[in-house]
Structure formats: structure tokens, C-alpha cells
Design a protein around this ligand. Sequence first.
Ligand code: HXC
Length: 258
Amino acid sequence: MGNVTFELADHIATLTIDRERALNALNRELLADLGAAIELARAERVRCIVVTGAGTRAFVAGADVGQMATMTRREAAAFSELGNRVFRTLERLPIPSIAAVNGYALGGGCELAMSCDIRLASTRAVFAQPEVGLGITPGFGGTQRLARLVGAGIAKELLFSGRRIDAARAREIGLVNDVVEPEALMDAALGLAREIAAQAPIAVRATKEALTLGQHVDLDTALGVEVAQFASCFETNDQRGAMAAFVEKRTPAPFEDN
Ligand code: HXC
């Protein structure tokens, strides 16, 4: 995976978008590498994924404009489908993901961050969907996920104007969960990832499944999904062990994911 580094420690996979000379811009090859890294995280049964960008300037400065510049409509559709497939796979993975947004998150970069479950930003982060200034629309989910995250009004303002916002504004509108100093970003992301990884993995996965599956159906159907996910946690060693420890006033053993 030449453009994405994969580090595994403490059940946490850190995926670093690593194309620093182009501010980590997403080209076809990089998207394929990201897809492979996501599948590796799944195969390794990691408990949390942290996504960040190499270097100090950019998370991801967008899709690769050089590669897009001469695309035909057919090629553009294939590129959009590729990015959407990879980002949707990340979003649908039953493993929580945290975007550690360390700099520019423009266009496809903002879209990648929005495909993660949680976004933490450094004070240096800058967000925008600047596509209309390049004569195109967002194509990796920006026209859909931004409005779902921040509401239609603010999303339309950002999407129609292409304007950039800083981390403080991103927090204000709910695009990011928290903002920290640049030096503290990875510690904050990994600290949260460790907290998540210390919980019962079956329960965390089931919680994400309930949230994801329940999001786009009516409430009664969604509550049915919750019932099924809740029940699926029972009779597992982790559930039995944690509840027995509580009842017997003992410290529970670490969760074993079974
Ligand atoms: C290709 C990029 C790039 C990008 C930066 N680079 N962003 N290459 N695609 N999106 C490259 C530059 O060409 C340059 O390479 C190097 O990274 C450093 O960038 P500079 O522009 O020299 O740095 P600076 O002046 O600090 O400006 C940083 C910047 C600017 C503000 C982030 O690079 C910028 O505006 N980038 C484009 C941002 C953008 O429009 N993103 C949205 C793309 S559309 P060289 O070789 O010259 O050193 C999109 C659509 C997604 O994402 C959906 C598709 C289906």
C-alpha cells in the first residue's frame, strides 16, 4: 500500500494517507490503497481505526486535480464510484473510525473525514468543499453527508460558495467533535481510540451496526434493529464475564472479543 501506511498497536489501526508531496491528494491508486488498508483492518479484527494525513500541512487536500483535469464523463463517473465505494466501506465497517484532521481537509478530504464516525481536528485544520470553483460538484459523498451532519442550510452555504472554514467554526456547526492543539491531536485521537478499544468489542460493533442500519429507516424498524443487536451481545463470554464481575463486585477481566 504505497500511498497509505498501516500501523497496528493495542487493537488500533492507524491509517496515514501518505502522499505528502501533493498534500495527500487522492488519486485512483491511493483510493485503491486505502480500500486495501480498510480490508486489512477488518481482517485483523481491530477495535478502532484512526485516519490521518502525513506531514503537518494537510489531512487530505482533495481529490487529485491533475488526474481529474482531463477525465471524460465516463472516467469521472468511475472515479466518483471508486471513492464512494471505499468511503462507504469505511462507514459501513462495524469498527469505529476517528478522523484526526491535522490540516487541510478540502473536497475529497472533507468527504473522507465525514465518512469516519468521529472527527477530531487540530487548530490548524481547514475545511471546505471547493468543487464548484473547479467547475464540478463534490463526488465522494459531500452533497449527501455534509447536510446529514450539519443540516441543509449550513451545508448549502458551504457547498454553493466553496468557502473555507477553520476548526473553531467546524466545531460550532457540528462538523467536528473537538479541536485540540496540533501537537496534541494524535494523542487525543489515540486516547479516544484506546477508550473505545477497552470496551467489549462485540458490543461496540453491535452499537455501530444499530446506529448505521437504523439511520435511514423509520423509528419502529430502527428499534427492531436495536433489539436484534442488543440480543446478539448476550451469551457471549464478554457479556457474561462483565455482568458477573459487576454482580460479584469484582474488577472485570479485559474483554476478549468472544
Ligand atoms: C493535486 C494537489 C492538490 C490536489 C495540493 N496539491 N492539492 N495536487 N490535487 N487536490 C499539490 C500542489 O499541486 C503542489 O504540488 C503541492 O500539492 C503543494 O500545494 P501548493 O498549492 O503549492 O500549496 P499551498 O500554496 O500551500 O496551497 C495549499 C492548498 C492548495 C490551499 C491546499 O494546494 C489547493 O487549493 N489545493 C487544491 C484544493 C482543492 O481544490 N481540493 C478539492 C479538489 S476537488 P507541486 O507539484 O506544485 O509542488 C475534489 C473532488 C472530490 O476533491 C470528488 C471527486 C469525485
